[in-house]
Design a protein around this ligand. Structure first.
Ligand code: MG
Ligand code: ZN
Length: 346
């Protein structure tokens, strides 16, 4: 009997100290090494240089050397490569693949997604939904009713409320216990973590067009709400528009977007340092624009884009916190999800 009590005590002790509580994955859409370098050069007090471990991920999709964001996010969310434009759908069986949000829920963790785009856009969609094509925005909104995240914050209100089928998916969300909120102020005021934040009809503005402070306060609030769960949480934060600006080869407009992302990373790192039980991962889903930085005169960087599309080059992965060392090395994008599962015991 004594022996049994001892083993029970030991089991609880070990599982408590070895349990990875929280993982926050930050994705800069379209960020390869040069975009991260640009951020580092543009912001001397950047958060990126505080990360302790760095690796590289290979981003090709199941059917293409050059991926797009749905297939890339599917790899990150499900640990399986799929065809370009598929949203967390298996390329062979055409069946839905379980995402980190679903796997986290099944283990009793809180789960969340915060983005600077329509919440049904490719990257968040791969964590929150399943669809055979990324452009099926209204179907993706409907599919989001089946994955039960604790919270999500972004744009895309029209996908839920101005639909071709005239249904209100916001009513369906409310029936599932969500508060459907339309302003950042309302989100910042709530203490109830079940938040469906639909803050923009479709996408928010870019930073140069006046988005202002959104990603950082929304992410900080998401952390506060998810952290109410003592079992831990998984949160994905995306700076979505870096990719779009690189598609347009607008280097000057890229910098404010990168600084906004870095401010958010800074806030997340501050939380992780205080908490001590949170792993922070920062990466891109692929590189966009084939960007090079050529020289710098005073504060002006001279750059060149080589394509309006994505490029296939490896993308850096920065990690900080318990388990960070497992992100060193060179690996396929699907390994990131597998490492997260292992650390969270999903
Ligand atoms: Mg994206
Ligand atoms: Zn793109």
């Amino acid at each position: 009997m004594k022996k049994l009590f001892f083993s029970l005590f030991w089991f609880i002790f070990v599982s408590t100290i070895s349990a990875q509580k929280n993982i926050i994955l930050l994705i800069g859409d379209g960020m390869g090494t040069t975009q991260f370098f640009t951020l580092i050069e543009a912001k001397k007090d950047n958060a990126i240089e505080q990360f302790t471990h760095v690796g590289f991920q290979k981003t090709s999709s199941a059917n293409a050397f050059v991926t797009e964001s749905a297939a890339a996010a599917t790899a990150l969310a499900t640990g399986k490569k799929t065809n370009n434009n598929y949203v967390s759908i298996d390329p062979e069986t055409k069946q839905p693949l379980k995402t980190l949000v679903q796997l986290g829920n099944a283990k009793g963790l809180s789960t969340g997604v915060v983005v600077t785009c329509d919440i049904t856009h490719a990257t968040p969609a791969a964590f929150l939904a399943h669809s055979i094509h990324r452009r099926n925005y209204e179907d993706i909104a409907e599919s989001m009713l089946n994955t039960h995240p604790t919270l999500f914050i972004g744009g895309g209100r029209d996908r839920f409320e101005k639909r071709k089928d005239n249904r209100s998916l916001s009513d369906s969300l409310k029936k599932q216990g969500f508060q459907v909120l339309y302003t950042l102020d309302d989100i910042l005021k709530t203490q109830n973590p079940k938040v469906a934040g639909l803050l923009f009809d479709v996408h928010p503005e870019s930073m140069v067009n006046g988005r202002g402070e959104f990603l950082k306060p929304a992410s900080e609030k998401a952390i506060e709400l998810l952290n109410q769960n003592s079992k831990g949480f998984f949160l994905m934060i995306e700076s979505s528009q870096i990719d779009w600006i690189c598609h347009d080869n607008r280097f000057d407009d890229l910098i404010p977007e990168l600084i906004d992302f870095d401010n958010t990373i800074h806030a997340v790192l501050d939380f992780a340092k205080k908490d001590g039980n949170t792993l922070v991962i920062v990466t891109g889903d692929h590189e966009t624009g084939g960007l090079s930085v050529l020289k710098r005169q005073e504060d002006v960087m001279f750059s060149r884009f080589t394509t309006f599309d994505h490029s296939p080059v490896m993308v850096p992965v920065f990690a900080f916190g318990p388990g960070a060392e497992t992100f060193s090395g060179i690996y396929e994008n699907t390994e990131i999800q597998k490492k997260i599962r292992k650390l969270l015991d999903l």
